[in-house]
Design a protein around this ligand. Structure first.
Ligand SMILES: Cc1ncc(COP(=O)(O)O)c(C=O)c1O
Length: 391
């Protein structure tokens, strides 16, 4: 195929996607992490970001980021293993290990990279990786890249998982990986049952707490909320969502973290996060440790709103967190609903396949701790109108 043909094929594929309403484009948004964002000349209530605690504008984080930049400059300029290290990194990793009550922690460039790192350094060709069907794309990509055998179990289906574990009981190396809060459904992994099964079948357990960090278990995650923190082998969490900053961490036993440090290619072959980000991350961990109840308040608010939305007849799936899906089914209705909300002051994400399964297109509401009573009333009012006028 020559270059002309490649361009022709790309433009034809883009046209097809556009016709199916599946073309992705970057929205012209300003202040996208704040309580109110700017879009199409309007100020809209932001129900689409993952800034669950509103920390990205917290003075303590901004000051810590500025102080780190003043001291260390704007870039780490190399991989940690070369010259990209600075003392604030160790401070952060010690703080994360203490916060997560684990032996050791390692900070990685992003949540996506952390999952690639994890899977590629722990799993190899003969490893069996049991993975929930709705796990985040970065977990799936990590498993594919590791070349391990990928065994997907039906979402949160413990009977199916048990069946698969029994079937493969004789395999020498087995890893189970699950999100604890599922990003597009806001439901929770059945962690107690998963841990019991994994102990019975001698399976190494990895949890991705990206959406639970800062919210569940006094901010330490769902494993902590359930008292299972010592049963999990590797805890992954992000600074990029409730912690209002960027990057991710892995925490667990010293030998696991040391192994990932020495073999995790996304960690080894990428420039370390810059000082400003590390400063903000450390301040965020300290903030959560000092304000452990903030996440709980958010969960109470979410439960209240979910109840109201259910009363209005919306399908919110099995959400039990600050992420509330409004499952509408087809793409057209979902996009129409998004436009309707937009005209009435609410910005929500419209999620379509392939991010979610076919015929489960949805609006995804992500609530935040800085929402006030009047905001919640506004949301209920606008959704009432949506139910009456659009659906
Ligand atoms: C469950 C889960 N894991 C990992 C990630 C990736 O994290 P990051 O955005 O920090 O790369 C996300 C991001 O949306 C996520 O939802």
């Amino acid at each position: 195929m020559d270059n002309k043909q490649i361009y022709k094929q790309l433009s034809s594929s883009l046209k097809d996607l556009k016709e199916q309403n599946l073309l992705r484009s970057i929205p012209d948004i300003d202040q996208g992490a704040d309580l109110y964002l700017n879009f199409q000349g309007k100020k809209l209530l932001n129900l689409a970001s993952n800034n669950y605690l509103g920390l990205s504008q917290a003075e303590v984080l901004k000051k810590a980021a500025s102080a780190a930049i003043k001291n260390w400059g704007t870039s780490s300029a190399a991989s940690r293993l070369v010259t990209g290290n600075f003392s604030l990194y160790s401070e952060l990793e010690v703080a994360v290990a203490r916060f997560k009550t684990q032996e050791k922690a390692l900070v990685i460039g992003s949540g996506y990279m952390a999952n690639l790192c994890l899977m590629t350094s722990l799993a190899r060709r003969k490893t069996l990786v049991f993975s929930d069907r709705l796990n985040h794309a970065s977990i799936i990509d990590g498993i594919i890249l590791s070349r391990a055998r990928h065994i997907r179990y039906r979402h949160n289906d413990i009977e199916h998982l048990q069946y698969l574990l029994k079937k493969h009981a004789s395999a020498a190396q087995k890893i189970l990986v699950t999100d604890t809060v599922f990003s597009m459904d806001g439901d929770l992994a059945r962690l107690e049952e998963i841990v019991t099964l994994c102990k019975n079948f001698n399976v190494f357990i990895v949890v991705d707490e990206a959406h639970a960090t800062g919210v569940f278990g006094k901010g330490r995650g769902l494993a902590h909320a359930l008292g299972l923190e010592k049963e999990i082998d590797i805890h992954m969490g992000t600074f990029s969502k409730a912690l209002g900053s960027y990057g991710a961490y892995l925490a667990g036993a010293k030998e696991c973290i040391d192994w990932i440090t020495t073999t995790g290619r996304p960690f080894i072959y990428s420039t370390a996060l810059p000082p400003g980000v590390i400063g903000a991350n450390l301040a965020a961990i300290e903030f959560i440790a000092e304000h452990p109840e903030t996440g709980n308040r958010l969960l109470e608010m979410s439960s209240h709103l979910r109840g109201k939305l259910k009363q209005l007849g919306f399908n919110v799936g099995d959400s039990a967190s600050q992420i509330i899906p409004i499952i509408l089914g087809d793409i057209e209705t979902t996009l129409k609903a998004k436009e309707f909300l937009l005209k009435r002051g609410l910005y929500v994400a419209a999620i379509r396949p392939p991010t979610v399964p076919l015929n489960t297109s949805r609006l995804r509401l992500s609530l935040r701790a800085d929402l006030k009573k009047e905001h919640l009333q506004q949301i209920v009012h606008v959704f009432e109108k949506l139910a009456q006028e659009v659906l």
